[in-house]
Design a binder for this molecule. Structure first.
Ligand SMILES: [Zn+2]
Length: 233
């Protein structure tokens, strides 16, 4: 029962994340107007706002104008729901669960925006920074053990110059504060392996080599895997 509740909490957060990513990319307000059909602009009723189930019940179409609704928002809801459940199974129901879920939600939002526009917003980096600080305080982590890895990363970031975006560099630097050296290395390797896998796939399929690969999605994957495989400690 609790797993189902957490899944729907995650799915609801995912629903908001999708909307927030779309509106950030379009530079619209997050709050107004309320959710509406993009085609006929009819505001959505309460029943149409239920994540996943409303999509299934309406068979992917707007109730008023029957225009097809994209599957992307439902996929985001599913992904976010599953991630919340996995984090719950790994961490239990406590402040760490809430903080890690919040960080991963912001990473999902940032990943979506990065995929669409290659932008990393300062306000999202600041949010991640605040959450990292709260986690360090809550879990009484020894920041000192993270410092050598952070220092190495700063050197790397300078050496990389503009081969990597400043937003990506800062985001990785902030998240490195959460881990001791073995997990810092794993976080870095998981992110790079995920990126390399996708890059090879894209090259095989003849993608444009000039187009830079957005890196935030892979940072999100690396971070999630470290928490799920190693509990973040
Ligand atoms: Zn409509």
């Amino acid at each position: 029962m609790i797993v189902l509740l957490i899944f729907f909490l995650g799915a609801s957060v995912g629903s908001f994340l999708y909307l927030a990513a779309m509106r950030t990319v379009a530079r619209e307000s997050l709050l107004r107007p309320g959710s509406h059909c993009d085609h006929c602009h009819t505001p959505l009723g309460a029943a149409e706002l239920v994540p996943i189930l409303s999509y299934v019940a309406l068979q992917g179409r707007c109730k008023t104008c029957h225009a097809a609704i994209g599957i992307a928002s439902t996929l985001t809801e599913l992904l976010s729901g599953f991630l919340f459940v996995l984090f719950y199974l790994r961490l239990g129901l406590n402040a760490s669960f809430v903080l890690y879920c919040t960080i991963v939600s912001i990473l999902l939002l940032m990943a979506g925006i990065d995929l669409a526009t290659q932008d990393v917003y300062d306000r999202h980096l600041i949010l991640v920074g605040v959450l990292v600080f709260l986690l360090l305080v809550w879990e009484k982590k020894a920041v000192i053990s993270a410092l050598p890895g952070v220092f190495v990363w700063i050197l790397f970031a300078f050496a990389a110059k503009d081969r990597m975006g400043d937003g990506d560099k800062i985001l990785i630097g902030l998240l490195l504060f959460l881990f001791a050296p073995p997990l810092q290395l794993r976080f870095f390797l998981y992110s790079v392996w995920a990126a390399a896998g996708v890059a090879i796939f894209l090259l095989i399929h003849g993608a444009d080599k000039k187009r830079p690969i957005p890196f935030v999605p892979f940072i999100a994957i690396g971070f999630t895997l470290v928490i799920l495989f190693h509990g973040g400690v």
